[in-house]
Design a protein around this ligand. Structure first.
Ligand SMILES: NC(=O)C1=CN([C@@H]2O[C@H](COP(=O)(O)OP(=O)(O)OC[C@H]3O[C@@H](n4cnc5c(N)ncnc54)[C@H](OP(=O)(O)O)[C@@H]3O)[C@@H](O)[C@H]2O)C=CC1
Ligand SMILES: O=C(O)C(=O)CO
Length: 313
């Protein structure tokens, strides 16, 4: 079996040696421009069009991340990017759920314990104990209840918060109230104090965190965007922060990355920012998932993780 690997920044040698350990019989190489040699499987992130176009014999392509929006947007512009009929797989969890849990839980607790208010008081040298928040006033609403959203919901239930989720289909996660479809979005938003976004970027989800949705949240709500920048209308967020509807926001992803220096988000005192690091690809766990998927495909089985190209995730 032949495997080609392309990632603009990852250490290809490291990945190839991890893969080789899991798949000792495979011939694995880093793809370079001009390489039209045989390939059964391709592991890619932001692949150049010439890498996959017209390739015959390809059995599957693996995206080296959870979100496939960048590859699907390239595919829209150039339908030859993926040879017709070749399945596209993505990473399911592979260590990202734990990272998302760490991020979401630590930030929810930060807001719940009013560390943002205490930091503001500290800057004024003010010693002032504040009233505690109650968990019953701190409903967490998670947009997207898939591999990552589901795990984040589970961990916040463990911390005793009321948790609800919103997805396309209803879910049955223990202790989590499930809402589904556009018709239940308002009911989901109503009374949500912390809105966490873990949706995929698709035509249906772009701009979903806008004034209309934010105005339906509880007063003094918070927004935590962990999915993609295009989900959030940044001007609407700033308006809601300045009007007092929103108390704070923490953003990991932006409609333009790196976030330009002139963005007002950098300077807003109630916006916290991380540079798209909420959950990164962990090579060993990713390679385990990909190798096991390849083995299943080679046996004619139907492993999980295949992207539905029509749905867009
Ligand atoms: N910031 C970062 O570092 C990272 C960000 N991400 C982002 O997180 C996203 C989520 O990842 P993951 O959990 O693995 O994805 P999944 O595909 O497992 O979950 C997606 C969820 O979104 C729901 N959904 C999709 N479209 C709609 C819609 N139109 N209306 C309502 N619900 C919808 C799905 O509903 P249903 O279950 O009913 O299909 C599902 O519950 C990725 O696409 C990526 O963009 C991922 C990794 C790192
Ligand atoms: O895996 C993804 O989709 C990411 O955003 C990684 O940073």
């Amino acid at each position: 079996m032949d495997i080609i690997f392309y990632h603009p920044t990852f250490d290809a040698n490291h990945w190839i040696s991890l893969l080789q350990r899991q798949l000792p019989q495979a011939r694995i190489r880093e793809w370079r421009s001009g390489d039209n040699g045989p390939a059964d499987y391709a592991l890619v992130w932001h692949p150049p069009v010439e890498m996959l176009r017209g390739r015959t014999g390809l059995k599957a392509v693996f995206a080296l991340g959870a979100g496939v929006d960048s590859i699907l947007s390239k595919l829209k512009k150039d339908p030859d990017l993926l040879p017709a009929g070749v399945p596209l797989f993505r990473l399911e969890d592979t260590g990202m759920a734990e990272q998302m849990q760490e991020y979401a839980v630590s930030q929810v607790l930060h807001w719940f314990r009013r560390f943002d208010d205490y930091q503001a008081l500290k800057l004024q040298a003010k010693w002032e104990p504040l009233a505690d928040y109650e968990r019953e006033d701190f409903t967490i609403g998670i947009l997207g209840a898939g591999v990552l959203g589901g795990k984040v919901a589970e961990s916040l239930v463990g911390w005793g918060f009321p948790v609800r989720c919103w997805s396309r289909s209803h879910k049955n996660y223990s202790g989590v109230k499930s809402f589904a479809g556009r018709e239940e979005l308002s009911a989901f938003a109503n009374n949500t104090r912390v809105l966490i976004n873990l949706l995929p970027n698709t035509p249906e989800t772009v701009g979903i965190i806008n004034s209309e949705l934010v105005n339906q949240l509880a007063d003094n709500a918070y927004v935590l965007n962990l999915a993609r920048g295009v989900h959030l209308v940044e001007d609407d967020l700033l308006t809601a922060l300045d009007s007092g509807k929103l108390k704070g926001a923490m953003l990991d992803v932006f409609s333009r990355e790196p976030l330009p220096a002139e963005s007002p988000l950098w300077r807003h005192p109630r916006v916290a920012i991380t540079p798209h690091v909420a959950a990164v690809t962990r090579p060993a766990q990713a390679v385990e998932f990909i190798s096991s998927t390849i083995i299943q495909l080679d046996k004619g089985q139907h492993p999980t993780g295949q992207v539905d190209l029509q749905r867009g995730y």
